[in-house]
Design a protein around this ligand. Structure first.
Ligand SMILES: C[S@@+](CC[C@H](N)C(=O)[O-])C[C@H]1O[C@@H](n2cnc3c(N)ncnc32)[C@H](O)[C@@H]1O
Length: 242
């Protein structure tokens, strides 16, 4: 059979690799109650690690490479008039929203940690965003209040993705789009998990769950070709609510 006609084998990680990842991965999120875990997350981001979060994002190239996705309109913000950024952290993604979104779009930044929201406010130096402290799994907004949601490296701080995805879906209008970025169950994801006490997601399982919830994976996004090859940077996807 010509090689072009050969069915593509799905990418499979060797069992040894998976075991190593499991060994590296932090399992706090599975061990304690969600309330205990959430307190821990608030302390981590409220403390010195949170203070250097934007520096980490610069050094890991998350900020500049993330900016390329919005600047190139691979994820197109044009036309979105009400944008919600979930788990804004130091405002890494919110900065791109202010720069590449419509100038008359409202931008709402949320985070579990009030300290992170203060840091985002100081870093963004803009009067445009409103800042709301809340948990991703209980968003204090009306149904279908937003045209667009961005959620970068936050979903992995929930023990299960479903409550977070369902809540974001509730506040997103039908036809609205979501930029979702989360940690993957591979070597780089395992180290992220260890550093930030988060879990990781399996790409195929997360995709299935999103589709079950009516969140269609419109396109997978990659920061660079290298990211695609070595599967670093996590799962990055544009989702459309049906
Ligand atoms: C790694 S930072 C992500 C910052 C930014 N979105 C980015 O893409 O770089 C994760 C942020 O999510 C927040 N967070 C963690 N769990 C959360 C939850 N359940 N609800 C809302 N925010 C949460 C943390 O406080 C932290 O600021």
């Amino acid at each position: 059979m010509p090689s072009t006609l050969k069915p593509k084998r799905p990418r499979r990680q060797r069992t040894g690799g998976k075991a190593l990842n499991r060994l590296i991965e932090n399992d706090l999120i599975r061990k304690v109650s969600y309330d205990e875990y959430r307190d821990k997350v608030q302390r981590v981001y409220g403390g010195p690690k949170g203070a250097v979060l934007s520096l980490c994002s610069l050094m890991s190239l998350h900020i500049p490479l993330g900016e390329r996705i919005f600047r190139s309109r691979k994820f197109d913000l044009r036309g979105a008039k009400a944008i919600l950024d979930v788990g804004s952290g130091a405002g890494q993604i919110a900065g791109h929203l202010l720069k590449y979104g419509d100038p008359d779009a409202t931008v709402t930044c949320t985070d579990l940690s009030r300290q992170m929201l203060r840091r985002a406010r100081n870093r963004l130096k803009s009067g445009r965003p409103r800042f709301v402290a809340c948990d991703l799994s209980q968003l204090p907004f009306e149904d279908a209040a937003f045209d667009c949601i961005t959620c970068g490296y936050v979903l992995e701080h929930l023990p299960r993705a479903e409550p977070g995805l369902a809540e974001m879906s509730r506040v997103l209008r039908p036809g609205g789009r979501m930029f979702l970025l989360t940690t993957e169950d591979n070597f780089s994801g395992a180290w992220t998990s260890r550093l930030w006490y988060c879990r990781t997601y399996n790409r195929a399982e997360l995709r299935r769950l999103c589709e079950q919830l009516g969140l269609h994976w419109k396109q997978e996004l990659w920061f660079t070709r290298l990211h695609r090859v070595i599967r670093a940077g996590g799962i990055c996807v544009e989702i459309e609510k049906r």
